[in-house]
Design a protein around this ligand. Structure first.
Ligand code: COA
Length: 330
């Protein structure tokens, strides 16, 4: 049976480096606090003029080049983001225009930190049925323009970074490829990590009072997110491995969503695997939500941590709550 293989990967991160020390200019925090609680030392934030679609364009062009295909061979775009350039249309349409690919479908996926794996699952199904042959799957996020960088928002603002990661997916010609994907959500916890406004259920969607109250900024019950992630990530990894008839002893590398270094370390402990098996690049990029997994895949490859034939596990947890895992023979 046809499987979906990663043909090429690409990335883009903004040039502007924002260190923990830089954050102390706007909020009461310290490098020590942020490093101890999150493992983050610095993140990239866009400069004025850079958009999610533009970052996605850079990442996509690199992924196509690495895949050895020309852009016009891409027959579908799936784009995951929680920070769209505009409320509508989806950022995928802006990316399609930038890439000069009129006519091909462009689907935006809204599953936050699990957006990349959710999108992968859609793309995988399309490739296995033969509906599309070269799917561009992108995660792109611009958090920095929407963070409360005052002390009021410091618990959230210190976590997030901007960036884009892209992969080109296609049918495999051997036994490599995606073996299983498991997706979950529980909307009971939707307000544990969310942005309330602007919202079409509000009358009006946004006004000065809402802004004054800071209801247009992301809000998070940090401890709740932390505890739930520690429970759900190991669970879904086991579930996806079981589905493909494999176990942790077969795994070469786990790439978790880069939410927090402490979450990654605790997940390794709960799984009973060596910390070395868990990939981390959060130190330099922070949490880039839907972009974090493709950016981590890119870095893992660049560091020689992912070799042809390796068994790779991708795992995520995030707002929704959503959580997911994918097993892939690289
Ligand atoms: N700098 C300094 N102090 C900060 C701070 C910051 N950036 N952010 C919060 N604090 C303060 C709080 O205001 C609180 O102060 P108080 O005790 O005077 O009220 C104190 O630090 C402890 O806050 P608390 O929320 O209990 O800390 P914590 O140990 O739970 O760590 C997180 C906070 C956000 C690091 C942690 O909850 C976490 O990592 N959660 C998961 C977040 C995540 O991964 N989200 C993304 C999911 S995709």
């Amino acid at each position: 049976m046809t499987k979906t293989v990663f043909m090429g990967t690409g990335h883009y991160v903004p040039e502007r480096v924002v260190t923990n020390h830089d954050l102390t200019r706007w909020m009461e925090t310290s490098d020590q606090w942020i490093v101890d609680r999150t493992g983050i030392h610095e993140r990239r934030w866009v400069s004025e003029g850079m958009s999610g679609a533009e970052m996605a364009e850079h990442a996509a062009k690199e992924a196509a080049e690495k895949a050895g295909i020309s852009l016009d061979e891409i027959d579908c775009i799936v784009l995951a983001t929680l920070s769209p350039d505009h409320t509508f249309p989806g950022t995928g349409c802006f990316l399609q225009q930038r890439l000069g690919l009129p006519g091909i479908p462009a689907l935006d996926v809204r599953a936050q930190c699990s957006g990349f794996i959710y999108g992968l699952s859609v793309a995988d199904a399309w490739i296995r049925t033969g509906q599309y042959k070269r799917i561009l799957m992108v995660g792109t996020e611009v958090h920095s323009t929407g963070l409360d960088v005052s002390t009021r928002g410091r618990d959230v603002a210190c976590l997030f970074g901007d960036g884009a990661g892209a992969v080109v997916l296609g049918p495999s010609e051997d036994d490599r490829g995606i073996l299983s994907i498991k997706l979950h959500a529980d909307g009971k916890y939707a307000k544990s990590l969310w942005i309330e406004a602007p919202g079409s259920c509000l009358h009006p969607r946004i006004d000065e009072e809402l802004i004054r109250q800071g209801r247009h900024y992301p809000k998070m019950k940090g401890r709740h997110v932390f505890t739930f992630a520690l429970q759900k990530m190991p669970e879904v990894i086991h579930e996806a491995l079981h589905e493909s008839g494999l176990s942790l002893s077969d795994v070469d590398l786990i790439i978790p969503h880069q939410a927090n270094k402490r979450i990654t370390e605790q997940v390794a402990k709960q799984l009973g695997v060596d910390q070395e098996m868990m990939f981390s690049n959060i130190e330099k990029l922070g949490n880039t939500t839907a972009a974090s997994i493709p950016l981590a895949i890119y870095d893992a490859q660049r560091q020689g941590r992912l070799k042809r034939g390796d068994l790779l596990v991708l795992a995520s947890f995030g707002a929704g709550f959503t959580w997911a895992a994918a097993i892939c023979r690289w």
